[in-house]
Design a protein around this ligand. Structure first.
Ligand code: AGP
Length: 611
């Protein structure tokens, strides 16, 4: 969601900004723009739609000259995605241009004040208020630094801001509150970006901005100050993933590449945490004394990460016999949650920047809970604010629809549940051993599914024209269906819903008619027969049924459905890790048949940094 890049150095800024913005496309956006300072003038080019429009408008950046500039991809909130509302925004007298990620909550009040002072606005955005206010104070105070600190005291909301001032042609200023921003240290040049993908081509040395910090950036220096204006030293980190991880590497889409990377991603997540067939979490602060006191576990997350939490509920309750509640982060934060110091909060987030999840984390922390997070992006806000962070080592995930991050989150959550169960002796040793052994077979078993995609491809070509698709399943298969349905709808734009099979007869079955496609999940062995009864019910009403089941249940399933896709058997708590793969592939191939923009579905963003 909104991507930011800034550069100052000894090379032309525009091509660097355009290339950085292209790398940030995956975050989701609907307009884009860049601004570069040339001989004391800020020149701006903006456009609705894709970044290719900026390349065309500027002849690949060659029309804009200057060594310092800022760029932005905008995911519209206030005002439609047109050229005027696109960032950068320029102040009325052309002194200052800014790009902004986040939302200024008191923008109306500030706008009214500025209008009363004679300032004219051109856009519908909240961001323009910041740039106009900055110019207003800059003219009054005659000092950019003072004006910036003044503005930061006045604005409320979330922001990652990058500020260009025509009077400082060799520098820019950045400020952060509740929106991601990192500083990049180059050789004779420096950067700022929403995430490392934008700048890794130029530097691997970064520092993560914290809330309240402001940085003044020239090609030779980055000076960082806290919210009181005191200088601070930032810890430098080295990005250790390879640039190829953020490239398609011959695949048509990032999503397909990432589906294919799942076996390796799971291996990387799992193997450092299994020693002599025992799960170890060296980095975890939680001990047995704490776990013995825990009387409730909340798993707080959004979207697919929440679906991982749904699987976690079934598995952790089974293993630990403690109530486990998955809660949508956006609901949790406003629900006056029942959190005490005996509550364990597990936060799950691929990006580590999801605003709803971040806010829920803070709410729980305020109430005294211990926060353990499962995060993919190293150094992200959620990782930094948690008491414990467990990283999924999935590598950068570029496609908006998550696949390998989901799978590694699932692996890690299952491992954590089993680790706690071992600690509390709530799992039989033989069961523990069996699960750990089966876990280590997951990558091979997923590989075997990925080697045989023809049946799924065929099913996608058969069903891609459907308008509405239902996913049904019980227990873990219900959680699996939620994720399968989300994958399908987000990238193919087909209406889809997931139901607990037993719930169908309480209303939804009225929607089933001749030819309705139902994807029946029958991978959860203990309730297979029950699930079959529900399959029979929808078939009796004319539904086409495509099933996902296990090899051991395939024959039985095939008797009652049109098509049955079989995944290898594993321990039942791990079965969703295999069941999800054909569902991801189905969504992918359906979207491909429908000609959708698979990696960047409409209206969606990879990292959702607004409420
Ligand atoms: C999944 O395919 C979606 N793109 C989305 O639901 C995502 O899982 C959700 O926004 C949460 O993101 P996070 O894991 O980065 O917090």
């Amino acid at each position: 969601m909104c991507g930011i890049v800034g550069f100052t150095g000894t090379k032309e800024a525009a091509p660097i900004l355009l290339s950085g913005l292209t790398k940030l496309e995956y975050r989701g956006y609907d307009s884009a723009g860049i601004a570069v300072i040339d001989s004391g003038t800020i020149n701006m080019v903006k456009s609705p739609g894709k970044i290719v429009n900026l390349y065309n408008k500027t002849h690949n950046g060659s029309d804009l000259h200057g060594f310092t500039g800022i760029g932005h991809t905008r995911w519209a909130t206030h005002g439609v995605p047109n050229e005027i509302n696109a960032h950068p925004h320029m102040s009325e007298h052309g002194n200052i241009a800014i790009v902004h990620n986040g939302i200024i909550e008191n923008y109306m009040e500030l706008k009214e004040f500025l209008i009363s002072q004679g300032v004219t606005f051109v856009s519908e955005t909240d961001t323009e208020v910041v740039v106009q206010l900055l110019e207003y104070y800059y003219i009054q105070l005659k000092d950019l630094r003072d004006a910036i600190f003044k503005v930061l005291q006045v604005i409320e909301g979330a922001y990652a801001l990058v500020i260009l001032c025509k009077d400082y042609p060799d520098s820019f200023v950045v400020a952060r509150k509740d929106a991601p921003l990192l500083l990049g240290f180059g050789d004779g040049c420096n950067f700022v970006a929403s995430d490392a993908t934008a700048i890794i081509e130029y530097t691997r040395e970064v520092a993560y901005m914290e809330d309240g910090e402001v940085a003044f950036i020239t090609k030779d220096n980055i000076d960082v100050y806290d919210s009181f204006g005191q200088p601070i030293e930032k810890e430098h980190h080295i990005i250790d993933w390879d640039i190829s991880a953020a490239e398609k590497g011959g695949y048509a889409h990032f999503m397909f590449k990432e589906i294919m990377e799942q076996p390796e991603a799971i291996r990387k997540t799992m193997s450092p945490r299994i020693r002599d067939n025992r799960i170890v979490f060296d980095d975890l602060k939680i001990d047995k004394a704490f776990m013995e006191k825990v009387d409730r576990i909340y798993i707080v997350a959004c979207g697919s990460s929440y679906h991982v939490g749904m699987v976690g509920k079934y598995n952790m309750e089974r293993l630990l016999r403690v109530p486990v509640d998955p809660v949508l982060a956006s609901e949790f934060r406003y629900s006056d949650p029942l959190v005490t110091e005996n509550t364990l909060i597990i936060v799950i987030s691929q990006s580590g920047e999801t605003l709803d999840t971040m806010a829920a984390l803070r709410e729980a922390k305020k109430r005294g809970a211990h926060i353990t997070s499962i995060v993919n992006v190293v150094g992200s806000s959620i990782a930094r604010e948690s008491d414990d962070v467990l990283y999924t080592w999935a590598g950068p995930e570029i496609a908006v629809a998550t696949t390998k991050a989901y799978s590694t989150q699932l692996t890690l959550l299952n491992m954590l549940g089993l680790y706690f169960a071992d600690m509390l002796h709530t799992v039989e040793e033989s069961e523990y051993n069996k699960i750990v052994e089966e876990m280590q077979w997951l990558p091979e078993k997923i590989e075997s599914i990925l080697q045989n995609t023809d049946q799924i491809k065929y099913l996608a070509s058969r069903y891609f024209n459907h308008n509405s698709i239902f996913f049904i399943g019980r227990n873990l298969d219900y959680a699996l269906g939620m994720e399968g349905s989300l994958k399908l709808k987000e990238i193919s734009y087909i209406h889809s819903e997931a139901y607990a099979s037993g719930e169908l007869k309480h209303g939804t079955i009225s929607l089933i008619e001749k030819g309705t496609l139902v994807v029946a999940l029958g991978t959860y062995g203990p309730l297979f027969d029950k699930a079959m009864s529900n399959v029979v019910e929808v078939r009796a009403r004319g539904a086409d049924v495509m099933a996902i089941t296990t090899v051991s249940h395939a024959d039985e399933m095939q008797k009652n459905v049109d098509f049955a896709v079989a995944v290898p058997d594993t321990h039942l708590i791990l079965q969703p890790s295999l069941g999800i793969v054909p569902l991801q592939l189905f969504a992918y191939y359906v979207a491909l048949q429908r000609g959708c923009d698979i990696d960047k579905p409409r209206n969606l963003a990879k990292s959702v940094t607004v409420e």
